[in-house]
Design a protein around this ligand. Structure first.
Ligand SMILES: Cc1cc2nc3c(=O)[nH]c(=O)nc-3n(C[C@H](O)[C@H](O)[C@H](O)COP(=O)(O)OP(=O)(O)OC[C@H]3O[C@@H](n4cnc5c(N)ncnc54)[C@H](O)[C@@H]3O)c2cc1C
Length: 418
């Protein structure tokens, strides 16, 4: 077995890499596992542009040396803080350059299991190695949580799939494709399908697709009324970005409600010109059932005008992601049975620590604790500063206070209340 390290980080997206850069900056002994920018390389459609503005799409190193702006300047790529969409390819290149510079110790290996031990955790890797660590930070992103509507769950993969598995759509050229959903994932894939010569039809619950508005010149009054922030504009988003600790102190039911309702995954403004009035859309529709008919799929839709059937070659669910700890394949009962959750997401202390001492979560799994900012790359700055500073303080104690039975601390303060 390898030597015990202080920290093991699982994940190498914006959160894992930003945290890795901070841990390295503080000289903390850590290992980090994952394929760099994997979700962005393998689960988003080629040619997509980011919805977040340039100034909200950084990865975070402790001195702010490699912002997206700096990276684009170095490579001669066009960049604006606001109003110039960032191509997915540029963001992936940026994340990869960030990893090479600040997290060169990244191990591109899959974590298969995390088991609690007396000293912390054993992190099992795909090649059979067991990496012992005093603490584990889960930065595993969204990929495990893809949500497939139950009506589609029994159809074979040739007939129904989730947007998460499509980077290109060339297999659908000249075919009828139903796209379920009106959010960013659905509309991104519908645009790509149309562009590549497939025949998409969008089916969404709202009467029509609601696009984000394009950035426009803003007067002083506009800025006072709706201040700019990392999540867009408006006081509510501003508060989510500026005061995550206040959010954390709010009653749990309020936090969960805000995370569910604030900032729905609306498609970016750049998609409107590619989709609106171009791709046929059935609005106000609920998917009632889906059946296989002669190698195709018959969708039964409930609409305001009554029942409507649509026969198509394939259905793509752009139905997003629902965080659920039970979906993380590397957790078994030894973790899940002790993990205190709300709506299957971990309850976290102010230091992103769960009810299992030494087990932390950052990224979208932390949104119900710290707010919607944690669903976006923008939240990685706050999370990595907070977690790394906490670890720098507490690891000294970890090395000295480990006792038999693995009991190291009492419950984190906020969990003791819940
Ligand atoms: C279509 C679409 C568009 C989006 N656009 C934007 C946008 O414009 N701006 C924005 O801020 N956000 C956007 N998002 C949200 C985006 O997914 C999150 O902001 C971002 O992924 C958060 O980063 P992360 O590091 O938490 O997760 P991820 O980027 O998902 O990274 C997770 C990492 O964990 C690794 N991992 C997972 N399981 C294991 C394992 N068992 N072992 C080892 N490694 C593992 C993965 O390989 C990956 O490297 C978009 C999402 C979608 C679906």
């Amino acid at each position: 077995m390898s030597e015990i390290v202080d920290v093991a980080v699982i994940g190498a997206g914006p959160y894992g890499l930003s945290l890795g850069a901070h841990l390295a900056g503080l000289g903390i002994d850590f290992r980090i596992f994952g394929s760099p920018m994997h979700t962005w390389r393998t689960s988003m459609p080629k040619g997509m542009v980011l919805k977040s503005e340039g100034n909200a799409s950084d990865l975070y190193d402790p001195k702010g040396e490699l912002t997206l702006r700096r990276f684009c300047e170095e490579r001669g790529y066009p960049y604006q803080d606001i109003g110039l969409p960032i191509p997915l390819a540029t963001f992936i290149e940026y994340g990869t350059a960030f990893q090479s510079r600040f997290v060169p110790n990244l191990e591109d290996r899959l974590v298969t299991a995390v088991m609690p031990t007396r000293y912390g955790f054993d992190v099992h890797l795909e090649d059979g190695e067991v990496a012992p660590a005093r603490r584990v930070i889960v930065a595993a992103g969204i990929r495990a949580y893809e949500y497939m509507p139950p009506q589609l769950a029994d159809l074979p993969i040739e007939l129904a799939s989730h947007t998460a598995i499509h980077v290109t759509v060339d297999q659908f050229i000249d075919r009828d494709i139903a796209v379920i959903g009106g959010g960013a994932s659905a509309i991104n894939i519908a645009a790509l399908l149309h562009q590549r010569g497939a025949r998409p039809t969008i089916i969404c619950r709202r009467p029509k697709v609601d696009y984000c508005g394009p950035p426009a010149p803003r007067s002083l009054w506009d800025r006072l009324k709706e201040p700019e922030n990392g999540l867009g504009t408006g006081w509510r988003s501003w508060a989510c970005c500026a005061m995550p600790d206040v959010f954390h102190a709010m009653p749990e039911a309020f936090r969960v409600m805000v995370v569910r309702k604030h900032l729905p995954a609306a498609p970016g403004w750049t998609l409107r010109a590619q989709v609106d009035g171009i791709v046929p859309t059935i609005g106000g529709a609920r998917l009632a059932s889906a059946d296989t008919v002669g190698g195709r799929v018959k969708l039964r839709l409930e609409t305001a005008d009554g029942i409507r059937d649509l026969v198509t070659d394939h259905v793509i669910a752009g139905t997003g992601y629902r965080v659920d700890m039970r979906r993380l394949a590397f957790f078994g009962p030894s973790i899940l049975d002790r993990l205190d959750c709300v709506e299957h997401t971990p309850r976290l202390s102010r230091n992103f620590e769960s009810s299992i001492p030494g087990l932390h979560f950052v990224g979208t799994a932390a949104a119900n604790s710290f707010g919607p900012m944690l669903r976006f790359a923008y939240g990685a700055g706050f999370a990595s500063r907070r977690v790394s500073a906490h670890l720098a303080r507490s690891l000294v104690r970890d090395r000295t206070v480990v006792g038999a039975g693995g009991a190291r601390w009492s419950k984190p303060a906020n969990l003791a209340r819940t």
